[in-house]
Write a new protein. Structure first.
Length: 387
């Protein structure tokens, strides 16, 4: 089909040409004296995206999933208790991983469409006076449901309970696109990946750890090798990596960080808010509802619920087959009931309108009772009024 396939999924996202070009390189000797000139400032500048000055940033040739594992296996001992709220496929998978790795996982089920319940968290931590819970696992942006949790509120709840657990945050679909403040929120382990807000291909796990987490790393008895933070720390100190780095990922990250800082993180966050808000206006104009409950709406992805007599999978396949656009599917219990529009990464008003127009055509094709142009019109009005 002529024209581009547009990715309106919440990852992988569209890769800007500047980043593609920066990644198109010949291989280099990663043990050369020149290599630290790339890696050392890169790791330093990555800290700016996480908003940490006191923490340390890391890059693993892996994906976000490995980032979860790095956090767990480098700081906790086998059998340690971790607490997680589960309200979507990604928080579910993180909990399952912790189980499979042999931790004692306390799972609290929360409605899909809501995020971490701060009052319940505080009450549970207060109850844990023996401090058996060693880590709280918080999914900042639940990509399956389009729900953003309040991480600053999680920190406040932990402080109110005077609880010393480590705070690990999955920021794979939030860091570099939604407001995230590692130091201010005293996050101990922040986990992200290359293919969402960082606008890169998959293949980089980007992490930052607090001094408290790094101290736990030294004492941790969990067996680990490839994902051992101590090896990274030893090699990174001199500007090297413990094994062959994914060089294109490092060059891509260099460009991505430069682009994000040039736009300004606050502008990046504001842009994601506007793109999301226009999408929500379009959805409201179609008379459809979203999975996220009020106050939890994500600015990187929106999950749209279809009426009971419809199957969201046909909307997605129609959009792909007829209009060459990719939408996100409903995951697990949302399969068939929801489809997702990603508004994360290298997007602007016009690319967002492309997504909205494509969805609108697919909805009409699938017999949805909507007025042609209604969603596009609502978004156009909003974008023009707020440009
Ligand atoms: C995409 C995503 C992941 C998984 O990342 P991979 O790079 O696919 O391993 C984890 N958590 C969240 C919230 C995500 O959006």
């Amino acid at each position: 089909m002529a024209g581009r396939n547009h990715l309106y999924i919440p990852g992988p996202t569209n890769v800007p040409n500047e980043i593609l070009n920066a990644m198109h390189i010949t291989m280099e000797d990663h043990r050369s004296p020149a290599f630290p000139k790339l890696l050392t400032p890169l790791l330093e500048d990555l800290k700016k995206i996480f908003k940490t000055e006191t923490g340390q940033a890391f890059v693993f040739p892996a994906t976000g999933t490995a980032g979860w594992e790095v956090a767990l296996t480098n700081t906790l001992n086998p059998g340690d208790k971790v607490l997680i709220y589960r309200f979507g496929q990604f928080s579910h998978l993180w909990a399952e991983m912790a189980k499979r790795l042999g931790f004692d996982v306390e799972i609290h089920q929360e409605t899909w469409g809501k995020g971490i319940p701060l009052d319940k968290l505080e009450a549970r931590l207060k109850e844990d006076s023996a401090h058996q819970i060693k880590a709280v696992l918080a999914t900042h942006n639940e990509t399956a449901t389009g729900v953003t949790s309040d991480i600053s509120g999680v920190r406040k709840a932990m402080n109110a309970a005077n609880h010393p657990a480590l705070l690990f945050v999955d920021g794979v679909s939030s860091i570099a696109s939604l407001d995230f403040r590692m130091d201010e929120w005293a996050v101990d382990g922040a986990i992200s990946g290359s293919q969402k807000g960082f606008m890169m291909p998959a293949g980089g796990a980007f992490l930052a750890f607090s001094q408290k987490a790094l101290a736990a790393t030294e004492a941790c008895t969990y067996p680990r090798c490839f994902l051992d933070l101590r090896d990274q720390m030893t090699a990174n100190k001199d500007g090297y990596t413990p094994y062959t780095p994914a060089l294109p990922i490092l060059y891509g990250l260099r460009k991505a960080i430069d682009m994000l800082l040039e736009e300004g993180l606050d502008n990046v966050f504001a842009r994601h808010y506007r793109l999301a808000e226009g999408t929500r206006k379009a959805i409201a104009a179609w008379g459809l509802s979203i999975c996220a409950q009020p106050g939890f709406e994500s600015n990187t992805v929106t999950a749209i619920i279809v009426p009971e007599d419809k199957d969201a999978r046909t909307v997605i396949s129609t959009a792909f087959n007829k209009y060459n656009i990719s939408l996100g599917g409903g995951l697990a219990e949302l399969a068939g009931k929801a489809f997702r529009i990603g508004h994360v990464g290298d997007m602007n008003d016009v690319s967002m309108l492309g997504a909205i127009a494509g969805v609108e055509m697919a909805l009409l094709d699938c017999g949805f009772d909507i007025k042609p142009g209604s969603g596009v019109a609502a978004a156009i009005e909003y974008y023009r009024a707020t440009a």
